[in-house]
Design a protein around this ligand. Structure first.
Ligand code: ADP
Ligand code: ASP
Ligand code: MG
Length: 589
């Protein structure tokens, strides 16, 4: 006899018929000899309808009242499903988050789970009942016992957290597609089902726009080794297994807080090559990285900042022994570009890459900001920054590496290790690119002419972090400009579109206090990303992606990479075409 947590999303409980079908499936699972806890979302699009109601009354509704309102959606579906089970003569009881004892931080609309009491759940299971729990909600750990919600899509997180707390045998997420596909089937018709995906890959995909799973659910599965699968509500097919990797035993208190950073990694064997003043037009990145791949040169970080006038800079790192060859390729490539762009190659042979990694970085912008602050307090200048939801990497002078690593280990209370990112390839062959994601809900911001001295990035990102604004793709331009006798650089990054206005306001204030230049913003962007653990140590993957975009004449506005992903910002109108072209280029259909 096993204990199984089953979660059903909005569409799966979208009508009376569907609720009845879910009840049948749950009953079957019980008849197979299992104890079952069911987590449900609000019916159909009812959460969206509640949001619209609130917006019709207030342009900026208070977050506490939003929680009070949105938490009602799930209360409808738990009671109906419980009734449907009882109709099938399956004993069942519905419980709200508060009744279960799902305790969260008091952060309305984005609370993290701290603890889950299991006594009541276990008592009802022992009585032979199916327990139907409202997803997405909890109660604050304050004396006022406020109703909180976990953020949109958060029922997945409720389900996996319950599975972790109950030490369930597995957690099944039932939804309206057959599992995790190579990309969103609503955008690419021939998207294919994957049998399995690692937690690391899923974390990146989920946080880059594949909203089939709430990233925090994957984070919990990874941290607690929960066996989880995503399956279709309409069939009995097995769906996609999400493979937990590298779990360390963790206590169940402060469930979603834990230690945000798992490790500090450093790589002393890096060199940086930057190609400046290249024309801002389709095909340039494809040409450069295609040539590097032809030479078998494995590129690690790649960044391309926002354009400056009609030209752009591209910088990348390679292993130090490849530096001369990479420089030769970049120089030769620069010479093939139209002469009016007067490209220039800069090489720095002695750089180190220092990274923090951990699923707990997700949605906690203060972690990256603390990293930047610590390095700047030591007078260490950040040359390149590349971030993903689970990894923040900076390149710094190699001579600073040892003390930087020591300081970061102390700050995050972890040990360091060299080079190895902690990611390991499965023992069977896997494709270099597992999936492709599109995020149309992002905006791009840039602050021009930031004085080039330690502490500037720290200051900017601390300020944003204080308002809980998460940033992605932070890119510092490679070229510098003299302004009033001072060397300056531009810093660009992306934020969620809903945070744009607040972020813009903050940057304007910062710009005057720090003596920077204009703040530029662009909301008509799309971020398209490839993700795959199989791209580790495989040259040419990024080049192939850039070539697919070039073939469609799509201009790349920004590029950022981490070990297992490459993201490009393109014009919003090009987003879907870009996604389709990349999906095809990697033969994922
Ligand atoms: P639920 O209500 O069951 O939680 P969601 O709407 O949150 O369902 O998530 C399922 C949807 O996620 C699918 O209908 C699909 O359009 C979308 N999606 C985006 N990317 C992917 C992907 N890589 N694989 C599967 N579905 C995806
Ligand atoms: N009902 C909530 C939402 O629509 C939570 C969920 O479905 O996961 O965001
Ligand atoms: Mg969902």
């Amino acid at each position: 006899m096993g204990l199984i947590v089953q979660k059903f999303g909005g569409t799966s409980v979208g009508s009376v018929e569907r609720i009845k079908a879910v009840a049948q499936r749950v009953k079957q699972t019980v008849e197979q000899g299992n104890a079952v806890v069911v987590v449900v979302s609000a019916m159909g699009k009812s959460t969206d309808t509640l949001v619209e109601l609130a917006k019709a009354i207030s342009t900026n509704p208070c977050r506490r009242e939003m929680d009070m309102l949105l938490s009602t959606g799930e209360q409808v579906s738990i009671s109906l499903l419980s009734m449907a089970l009882q109709e099938l003569e399956q004993p069942a009881i519905s419980l709200t988050g508060t009744q279960v004892g799902i305790v969260t931080e008091p952060e309305h609309t984005r609370a993290r789970i701290l603890n889950i009491a299991t006594e009541r759940l276990e008592r009802h299971l022992k009585e032979g009942k199916v327990v139907v729990v409202a997803g997405f909600q909890g109660t604050s750990n304050t004396s006022d016992l406020e109703v909180t919600t976990l953020g949109r899509g958060g029922s997945d997180t409720s389900a996996v957290a319950l599975a972790a707390a109950l030490q369930a045998d597995r957690c099944e997420i039932y939804t309206d597609v057959s599992g995790i596909l190579t990309t969103d089937p609503r955008l690419v018709e021939d998207a294919q089902l994957m049998d399995e995906i690692t937690c690391e890959e899923m974390l990146e995909l989920a946080s880059l726009g594949a909203n089939v799973l709430h990233p925090r659910a994957v984070e919990i599965a990874r941290n607690y080794g929960v066996q989880m699968a995503v399956r279709s509500s309409w069939t009995d097919d097995p769906g996609t297994s999400i493979i937990p990797t590298g779990t360390q035993p963790k206590t169940l208190t402060d469930l979603e807080l834990g230690r945000p950073v798992d490790a500090v990694h450093f790589d002393l064997n890096q060199a940086k090559v930057a190609l400046l003043h290249v024309a801002d037009r389709p095909g340039v990145a494809a040409g450069l990285f295609g040539e590097l791949a032809n030479q078998g040169l494995d590129v690690d970080l790649i960044i391309q900042s926002i354009h400056d006038g009609n030209s752009n800079d591209i910088a990348f790192t390679v292993a130090r022994e490849c530096c001369d060859r990479a420089e030769a390729v970049a120089t030769a490539f620069g010479a093939t570009l139209p002469t009016n762009s007067a490209s220039e190659v800069i090489v720095e042979r002695n750089v180190a890459k220092v990274s923090i990694v951990g699923a707990g970085i997700i949605g906690r912008p203060q972690i990256a900001a603390q990293m930047f602050q610590t390095l700047s307090d030591m007078g260490i200048n950040l040359q390149m920054i590349s971030t993903s939801e689970v990894n923040v990497s900076c390149t710094i002078a190699a001579a600073d590496c040892e003390r930087a690593t020591a300081a970061l280990c102390k700050l995050f209370e972890v040990t360091s290790s060299s080079v190895d990112s902690g990611l390991s390839l499965p023992d069977h062959p896997i494709p270099p690119v597992r999936g492709v994601a599109l995020d149309l809900e992002q905006a791009q911001l840039a602050i021009r002419n930031v004085p080039d001295r330690p502490g500037m990035a720290a200051h900017i990102f601390q300020t944003l972090a204080k308002q809980n604004i998460s940033v992605d793709m932070i890119i510092q331009s490679q070229r510098s400009r003299q302004v009033g006798g001072q060397i300056t650089r531009d810093i660009a990054f992306t934020v969620a579109a809903m945070d744009l206005e607040v972020a813009q306001g903050l940057l304007h204030d910062l710009s005057s206090t720090l003596g920077c230049g204009d703040v530029a913003s662009e909301s008509a962007i799309a971020k398209v990303s490839i993700v795959g653990i199989g791209m580790l140590g495989q040259p040419g993957i990024a080049a192939h992606m850039f070539a697919a975009l070039a073939e469609q004449k799509i201009n790349i506005q920004m590029i950022a990479t981490s070990e297992i992903r490459v993201s490009c910002v393109v014009a919003q109108n090009d987003g879907i075409t870009a996604l389709q072209a990349i999906h095809k280029a990697f033969h994922l259909g």
